[in-house]
Design a protein around this ligand. Structure first.
Ligand code: SF4
Length: 223
């Protein structure tokens, strides 16, 4: 029993070190990423919905359209005719679905009294509320919690899964297991989680693409 506990402890220390070392290496290589790229919290929430299944450059075009029409706020999205909303967010793709999801989230914030009132909720309760909104899955809810509400919730996306898989960080690659892996092996600090997620995305775009460029990647020593 004592032996097993020792092994567990060693594994834990190893994986904690590795998770933290990966972060340190990425930060040393790229520096701060200044995420989320948005002017305010409402823009973060809108962007978190728009970025589902699409590249960020497409989201930027949709956000620009919304801004040009004075629609880049939850109140404006709640009020606007859905056809006009669809037209503005077309560059982000899946605009029929996403217009409904944006309407849903804007109604949610209106009914719940806005960002300030929702800030009073504990993280788990707030997460449950967000997940009850149709169109808001775990990744979107966690992005909103981390970047708009500054809660220490680690966001898992396809890039995080790819990193964990390629570096054999864990056997279980489902959302919750990956989230536990990072959360349990890092200090619970929203700024660290913010930066780490942004750095994983950056590295995936630079080197850890579908066809990885391990030879030039800052994380090659961790393979
Ligand atoms: S490119 Fe290679 S070394 Fe870099 S993160 Fe991906 S798998 Fe790891």
């Amino acid at each position: 029993m004592v032996y097993l506990a020792k092994i567990f402890k060693l594994n834990y220390i190893f994986s904690m070190n590795k998770i933290m070392q990966i972060y340190e290496k990425l930060f040393e290589f790229y520096g701060p990423q200044h995420w989320w790229p948005a002017e305010d919290k409402e823009e973060i929430i809108i962007g978190a919905v728009l970025t589902q299944n699409t590249a960020w450059k497409n989201v930027e075009k949709a956000i620009q359209n919304l801004k040009a029409k004075n629609l880049c706020s939850l109140a404006a999205i709640f009020e606007i005719d859905i056809e006009e909303l669809k037209d503005a967010i077309k560059p982000a793709g899946f605009f029929n679905q996403k217009s409904i999801y944006l309407k849903n989230i804007s109604r949610f914030f209106k009914e719940e009294g806005g960002i300030e009132k929702l800030s009073n909720f504990q993280t788990e309760k707030l997460r449950k509320k967000l997940l009850n909104v149709k169109g808001i899955g775990k990744e979107t809810a966690d992005s909103i919690l981390l970047y708009a509400f500054q809660r220490p919730i680690f966001v898992i996306d396809a890039y995080t899964k790819r990193l964990a898989e390629r570096h054999k960080l864990t056997e279980k690659l489902d959302y919750d297991s990956l989230q536990r892996l990072f959360t349990n092996n890092l200090p619970k600090d929203h700024q660290l989680f913010n930066e780490y997620h942004a750095l994983i995305v950056k590295n995936a775009k630079e080197f850890c693409r579908k066809k990885p460029d391990c030879k030039n990647c800052p994380l090659k020593e961790f393979l």
